[in-house]
Design a protein around this ligand. Structure first.
Ligand code: ADP
Ligand code: TRP
Length: 325
């Protein structure tokens, strides 16, 4: 299949916080898995991050870390257009054209905005306008398949409505994007059994130090059954993580150790820790490589920026002409 025949996949990630293994299985790995079948565009949503980060050093550090994390998990810059949102300031320009087409009551319907306001966050205009900027991210490079978590699906729906509105007003200009909700990915449980999430403080950091990872894994909550008692693997938080990390035939042996008794939770956690460290060994090495070679990272980003600028240049020109500027 040639590149022309592949659909354009596009997704952005906000640079915020240290990624955990829920983010890896639920999002990062999906982009890697899709990079062969789609013409993938993955960007660091640094303009969106300004809605929460207003400190230069903090933002720069988070952006840098996210780039390293993505390269480490296997996003391949030869296959994927990897760029920073701010490399194409035209998205902010397009946001303004869209702003003049959509209404305030329509934007007020956004769940994510309503949730934040309900939590007592005093909303900036930027936060309110978040879905419009996201629509520009998607529509300007011609994104067709948009992999996102469930919480972002409505935003892609809004991008589709904006595309339709623009096309109706000014003539056919934008493709209507489709969300690809990664529902088939099981929710990765945290160390306390709830969904693993930064906001619950129950994470296992994807690229933590050995000590941090050990502390998190040894702290996974279990019931109080002793080593010899039979246990149900399907209700055990440790086993749920084994299913993601541990391969056969060891996984079946562990299952048997639970069901027949004989395998204690402590032992099960130690095996998980060993397997997890092996699982991330190659990714860690890659991350260190890029960390020690900032010139290569800079080159990857420069090439990504050039590629995406070329893609959006003609489109924004067409838009300016159509709106009458
Ligand atoms: P957090 O809940 O830690 O703040 P985010 O909301 O930033 O995570 O999520 C970033 C991406 O990772 C989203 O696509 C989300 O669906 C995915 N993700 C987050 N936590 C999990 C989890 N526990 N299991 C599966 N996917 C997850
Ligand atoms: N809002 C998305 C999130 O928080 C990140 C994002 C910004 C995005 N622009 C996008 C995702 C465009 C997909 C397409 O996860």
């Amino acid at each position: 299949m040639t590149t022309q025949q592949k659909k354009t996949g596009l997704s952005g990630i906000q640079p915020s916080g240290v990624p955990h293994i829920g983010n890896y299985f639920g999002a990062m790995k999906q982009f890697v898995d899709m990079q062969d079948e789609l013409d993938m565009h993955v960007f660091i949503a640094d303009l969106h991050a300004l809605t929460t980060i207003q400190n230069k050093a903090d933002l720069e550090g988070q952006v840098h870390n996210l780039i390293l994390d993505y390269l480490a998990v296997g996003v391949d810059p030869e296959k994927v257009t990897l760029y920073r949102q701010s490399d194409i300031p035209e998205v902010a320009e397009l946001t303004w054209y869209f702003d003049c087409l959509v209404t305030v009551p329509w934007l007020e319907r956004a769940h994510s905005y309503k949730d934040k306001v309900a939590k007592g966050i005093e909303p900036t205009v930027g936060l309110f306008n978040y879905p419009v900027l996201m629509s520009a991210d998607i529509l300007l490079p011609g994104g067709e398949v948009i992999p996102v978590g469930k919480d972002q699906a409505q935003h892609v729906e809004m991008a589709r409505e904006i595309a339709r509105k623009f096309n109706n007003t000014y003539g056919d200009t934008f493709r209507e994007p489709e969300e690809y909700v990664m529902e088939h990915v099981a929710v990765v449980p945290g160390t306390d059994g709830q969904k693993m999430s930064k906001s619950y403080g129950n994470t296992i950091p994807l690229f933590g130090t050995d000590a941090e990872i050990k502390k998190a894994i040894m702290g996974i909550v279990t019931d109080s059954k002793g080593p010899d008692e039979p246990k149900d693997p399907e209700t055990c938080n440790v086993f749920a993580l084994h299913k993601l990390i541990t391969s056969e035939p060891q996984l079946s042996e562990i299952r048997e150790g639970y069901e027949k008794g004989g395998l204690g939770y402590g032992e099960s956690k130690k095996i998980l820790l060993d397997n997890y460290l092996s699982f991330i060994a190659a990714m860690r090495e890659k991350r260190t490589y890029y960390e020690e070679n900032p010139g290569i990272v800079r080159q990857i980003l420069d090439e990504g920026a050039q590629k995406i600028q070329k893609i959006v240049h003609a489109k924004i020109k067409e838009v300016r002409e159509k709106v009458g500027l």
